[in-house]
Design a protein around this ligand. Structure first.
Ligand SMILES: C[S@@+](CC[C@H](N)C(=O)[O-])C[C@H]1O[C@@H](n2cnc3c(N)ncnc32)[C@H](O)[C@@H]1O
Length: 261
């Protein structure tokens, strides 16, 4: 057996089919947008991501899965034109309002999905897809990013195969099927003839920084879906455990994968 015999995109798809972390719909993201907008702009993740993007000799950027604009608004200060693309109209509405309140006028919003034909989307010097690549066909999505980029592509993807901490899962007594880890992406790119650079972003973990149990339960529900009574009871015990709450939370790690054209 040779590594070239392994079809990592098929393995990715198989893992995506069985994972506990089910894909979100546009409506899910619409419903999440306001809450996300109230917190995401303050995260250390934004500057960590930005500091790793080389904008030298670039004037345009396409932000795929831009959310409420936490990155697009920052890039707009460095570049002539930013195309902010998302399938959630609520995310785009918030982004537009955020840009207006900061008097930023060089962002163009585009409502589109990973699953659409991208022929009508503009190309840009830099294409980014930050934490937005929960796609069913990874090879196809990577090819789309590559096609739209004139110079560089940057994407970030969760390290570790789970959106929920092991300690929380154990307290609930929940066994999960992990989602595909970032290493699938590296191998798929290699097969596509692309040798990516890999870096890691350490970001704060806000999962447990909630004042009330309902918010904590809601954030766990967002990641893993329906929970049984006994799982909720386990979650509550953990939430009420002073030692757990006082302990510094483990950071979240994102792989930042990039390549030049
Ligand atoms: C976790 S947020 C990331 C927001 C921002 N890029 C960041 O890193 O903070 C994921 C974003 O991807 C968008 N998204 C998810 N699936 C998508 C799809 N199939 N097509 C387009 N956008 C999608 C969601 O609407 C959401 O705004």
């Amino acid at each position: 057996m040779n590594i070239l015999d392994i079809d990592f995109n098929t393995l990715y798809k198989e893992q995506k089919n069985i994972t506990t972390f089910k894909p979100k719909t546009k409506e899910d993201w619409n419903a999440k947008a306001k809450d996300m907008d109230s917190r995401i702009h303050q995260s250390i993740y934004n500057e960590e991501f930005l500091s790793r993007v080389d904008t030298k000799e670039c004037t345009t950027l396409l932000d795929v899965g831009c959310g409420p604009g936490n990155l697009a608004l920052r890039f707009a200060k460095k570049l002539e034109r930013v195309y902010a693309m998302d399938y959630s109209e609520e995310m785009l509405r918030l982004l537009t309002a955020n840009a207006a309140s900061k008097k930023i006028e060089n962002i163009e919003t585009l409502q589109a999905s990973w699953d659409d034909e991208w022929d009508s989307l503009p190309s840009a010097d830099i294409v980014v897809a930050s934490r937005s690549m929960e796609v069913s066909d990874m090879a196809q999505a990577l090819a789309k990013l590559d096609t739209k980029a004139n110079k560089r592509v940057y994407l970030s993807y969760k390290v570790g195969g789970s959106f929920v901490d092991t300690e929380i899962l154990e307290a609930m007594g929940r066994r999960i099927h992990p989602k595909p880890d970032y290493i699938y992406i590296v191998n798929i790119l290699y097969k596509m003839g692309i040798n990516p650079r890999i870096d890691y972003i350490e970001s704060e973990n806000k999962k447990i920084n909630f004042n009330d149990f309902d918010s904590f339960r809601e954030s766990t529900f967002w990641s893993i879906g329906e929970m049984s009574e006994s799982e909720i009871a386990g979650l509550k015990n953990l939430f009420e455990d002073e030692n757990f709450r006082k302990k510094p939370q483990k950071p979240t790690y994102w792989a930042m994968i990039s390549w030049e054209k």
